[in-house]
Design a protein around this ligand. Structure first.
Ligand SMILES: [Zn+2]
Length: 330
């Protein structure tokens, strides 16, 4: 009997600990994360501009990494969702110039480029789905200089791998779709195509978690933006504890004169326009933002690891929280 009681107490203690998981206990594969951001932001990927060799190489790398983690493609055609984008007139001339364009660009022929989103899924117990996004493209090479985009947004793309790796054996409630989307820098064309050609009915999407620039902040502050629009999503974030970095809310109120409104600043806007709630994780702009100096050497590695840990904790919290919250309530 004594032994039985002792066993019961131990079981209760274990259960209690599990319920109070703090972010410090969440195991992030740091090696996988840092290796991936280093590769995605390496000179080899040539700044990942839409439609370039370096961009295609990045798609292939991400697809292969998801595959080696055992994460299945979300689409029957495989994990790379190819899509066409046609440049016309002025925008075509800017990117692929012809000699002697007419003033109204009427003699500039259209050019269609094939892009690619890398889309994978961990099946949940429910039909409802959380979509986790980050963009794989960046600014490419300008005047001979490679814009490596380590923070923007190799950090988010590499985080997708670490997050998928964390959840792969966890049997989440919701389907978790991981989407490394293309062509964010030129107008979120990849994310738009993804939502128009989604592997499941988009009515089943209960949340978008978008990550764009999560690896570089000297004050150790990470923003969770979007609560102005979706205040019902705050409670699970408030409950997060134990992080070494500071989670800050804001950058989502059009009436706030002090902070820029980030509601339409990255791919989460594509979900927002469809009325799908989003939380966007990102840092304040910094000295290397959209510069050739946004390199692996200039990120804050310790901050980045903690940011990913915190985002995993947030996704885990939402995975439980949203089960009891119907989309109508949201
Ligand atoms: Zn970005």
């Amino acid at each position: 009997m004594k032994h039985y009681m002792f066993a019961m107490v131990c079981l209760l203690l274990v259960t209690a600990c599990k319920e109070n998981t703090s972010s410090l206990e969440i195991a992030v594969d740091e090696k996988l994360l840092l290796n991936a951001i280093k590769i995605i932001s390496s000179d080899d990927m040539e700044g990942r501009f839409f439609g370039t060799e370096g961009n295609y190489k990045t798609q292939a790398y991400l697809a292969q990494q998801f595959d080696s983690l055992g994460i299945e493609p979300a689409l029957t055609a495989g994990s790379i969702q190819k899509f066409p984008h046609t440049f016309s007139g002025k925008s075509r001339q800017r990117r692929y110039p012809i000699i002697n364009p007419a003033e109204d660009f009427s003699n500039v022929p259209d050019t269609t480029i094939i892009g690619g989103n890398v889309v994978t899924m961990i099946k949940g117990k429910l039909e409802k789905t959380i979509v986790i996004t980050a963009h794989l493209d960046h600014l490419g090479v300008k005047e001979g200089e490679i814009f490596n985009g380590a923070d923007d947004d190799a950090s988010g793309a590499a985080a997708l791998l670490a997050i998928a790796n964390y959840f792969k054996d966890k049997a989440p409630q919701h389907n978790l779709i991981f989407a490394a989307v293309d062509a964010e820098e030129i107008g979120s064309f990849g994310c738009t195509y993804l939502l128009e050609n989604f592997p499941i009915p988009i009515e089943n999407i209960v949340l978008n978690v978008n990550m764009d620039m999560i690896a570089h902040n000297d004050a150790s502050e990470l923003y969770a933006s979007g609560l102005y629009h979706y205040p019902q999503l705050q409670q699970p974030l408030d409950a997060l504890k134990g992080s070494k970095i500071k989670l800050v809310y804001g950058h989502d109120d059009p009436n706030d004169s002090k902070l820029d409104d980030w509601t339409f600043s990255s791919d989460h806007r594509v979900f927002h326009k469809q009325g799908i709630p989003f939380i966007y994780f990102g840092v304040e702009d910094h000295k290397d933002y959209h510069k050739a100096t946004d390199t692996f050497e200039n990120i804050n590695q310790a901050f980045y690891i903690e940011a990913v840990r915190l985002i995993i904790e947030a996704i885990e919290a939402y995975d439980s929280f949203l089960v009891s919250t119907s989309k109508d309530v949201l």
